[in-house]
Structures are given as structure tokens and as C-alpha cells.
Design a protein around this ligand. Sequence first.
Ligand code: 6PG
Length: 226
Amino acid sequence: MFITSIFDTPQALYAATRNLMQMAAEHAQDGPAAILVPGGNTPKPLFADIAANPFDIAPEFLLAYTDERHVSADHPDNNHALTREMIAALKLASRQVLRVETERSLEDAADAYDQAWADFLDRGGRIPLALLGLGTDGHTCSLFTLEQIRNCPKKRYAVAVERKQGHHRITVTPALLASAAHTVIFATGQDKAPMVDALTRDPNSVAAGLAAAQCPRVSLWYAPGN
Ligand code: 6PG
């Protein structure tokens, strides 16, 4: 069951999202706790706000990514690169950033990210918050189709995604998302309205909804403006 919240402005949505991140980051006291953030354009104002107004981080806090394009770390399309200023402002050590090692081959990068998550969960790591973007086609992470999601290996936390167009990807799987205590799919702009409506009406008919189907708590946050 999705809880859909419509915000009057994107600024209000970003303020609420920042508050969730801050609470998760400050309360990472009893063991490793990770927040997953997406790539794309939607999170950019959020990252910029946190970079300008950072909050305290518990030593066991980890920043991680829902997915990554298989491009070099300094490529403009690299999702980790979007968070560099925020990482610096939060004073995150490199051990506190779980990035996809795109310097490896596609399959090796996916295997390494999968193993990193397996190790994190094996040592009692928790995911208090997963922030997911929403494509105009209903995808999230780099999970693009219902068939791809249904075929995702159940015991994998990350997989490679070969694309016919654009960069190949590495993405977390529904199995990893299912470990998140609270999953927030956030979107802004009129172009996302049809998918927000479809998710609210019939979540499993949309890739993002099916990807989050095993998540214990899913919120859909939307602001019509840009
Ligand atoms: C990515 C994302 C992807 C994104 C959606 C929405 O690497 O692109 O993780 O899932 O969240 O494509 O992108 P926008 O926020 O740019 O609309």
C-alpha cells in the first residue's frame, strides 16, 4: 500500500526529504545505517541544500546509491559525482560512502556492489531510508520494466543492466530495497503526474511500484511544480 503525499511546492518536498535524511543520519547510533539516494535531476536541489546546510552524521552512517551509470567517476553522468559537494559538506570519510566502482568492468562492478551490500547486511547493517527517483516511464533505480524486475535474481542485492541506448548501468535489486525500513519515491514536475497517478491506483502495474512491492513501508511524494 502506497501512502501518496502531494506537496504544494518542490521546496516543501525537498525540506521534508531533507528532514528524513537528517533523522536517519543522526540516529545511526546502534550499528551501520545506510541511506540510498538516486541519481538523475530530481535529487539535485536536495543535494545542493545539504551541501550548503549540512547536518551531523553518526560515525556509522553510510551514503549509498540506488544505481550508477557505468561511466568513470568524473563523468558528468556519474551519480556519485552528483553528491561530491554534499559528501564534503557532511565530512563523510570514504569508508562512509558505498559507491559503485565503475572503474571495474560492468559485471565486476555489479558483483562488487552486490558483495558490499551482502557484507553490510551480514554485519547487521540497516537501511533506515531509501530515496528512489521516478522516471516518466515509471522506472526507478535502473529497473526499467516489469519483466526485468520479475527476472531479478532473488539472492542478488545488485546487478548489471545492459542498455541498448545510453550507458550500461549497475542497480540495486528489489531484494535490497526490501531491506529498507522506509522507501520514499519522490518526484516533481507535471511530466511525472501520469506515473504518480498510476502508482497510486495500481502500484504493481508500474516498474517503480513492483520494485518496491516487498518494501515494508513505501511513501510516494510528489510536487507538481518544477
Ligand atoms: C538515474 C536514477 C533514475 C532516476 C530516474 C528519474 O540514475 O537516472 O537513479 O532512476 O531516479 O530516471 O530521473 P530524474 O530525477 O532526472 O527525472
